[in-house]
Design a protein around this ligand. Sequence first.
Ligand code: NAD
Length: 297
Amino acid sequence: MAKTVAFLGLGHMGAPMATNLIKAGFKVNGFDPVTELLNAAAAKGIGKCSSPQEAVNNADFVVSMLPNGAAVECLYIDTDKLLDDISYKSLIIDCSTISAASSKRLIHDAKIKGLHAIEAPVSGGVSGAEKGSLSFICGGASSDVDKAKEVLEPMSSNIFYAGSAGAGQTAKICNNMLLAIHMIGTAEALQLGADNGLDTKVLTDIISKSSGCNWSVQNYNPYPGVMPEAPASNNYAGGFMVKLMCKDLGLAQETASQSKSYTPLGSLARNLYGILNLRGGSDLDFSSIQKLFQEAD
Ligand code: NAD
């Protein structure tokens, strides 16, 4: 009989991830407070539940993909108190990007109640979620991460084990701080070229095969028109929203302050994304940082 997954949070990432689980033969029961998202998911074969409690009933796995740590803690512990409704046979897999502290709290509180939980934040964006090629960066007990692989594999290309609770979130935050930094550097370099008469497609080709090459220039180019499939060529719609990058850069700075680490570029990146957010860019893809350089004169 098909195993059952409760999928909580059917937004940009959650909906395509849940759809890949359906394709892999799981029975998926979904919940999201936004009715339109629930209906769109139902059209793809995801069971429509009217509450998170209904979704987790008798599930083998509970997967959550929520916007932030407050949402995760409210759902499982403080408001919905979902840990009280989850069966002992279920494995909880929280894929949201949240602080290591919030994640440790969830995993610890689950353990107190005799449940098993891991963190599995992802890298790869919406296109990775759609293609089933995400990287999962897991933290928690290694035996629980091994059990989670059955459900993570249909959604992934890579499953990493970073270490005990919190380690997956810390690794994810290090990655995203670096992503923001090279996206900003890429936008700055492309604008310098454009302002000096270069064709940004030609410049992209040169950088992609030279020492400045990085993931942003090669796979997720921020300059409109260079890559037809990139959010930059679609008015920066979809993708990974500026407000989520601001959240991640805030988490990186919190982590740095706790460990007394020196992260000047992470701090600058947080400020630049904060400016973009305040200027109305919060729901745009994070490659829209290009606009800051286009607007400068
Ligand atoms: P999103 O805002 O599109 O989706 C989050 C969904 O959670 C929303 O639909 C919201 O209604 C739902 N939600 C909120 N509270 C809920 C609750 N109590 N129960 C059930 N659903 C609830 O965000 P997203 O882009 O899908 O990102 C989700 C997570 O993935 C975030 O933590 C983000 O940082 C991380 N992430 C996103 C990307 C990306 O490219 N979008 C990439 C990597 C990681």
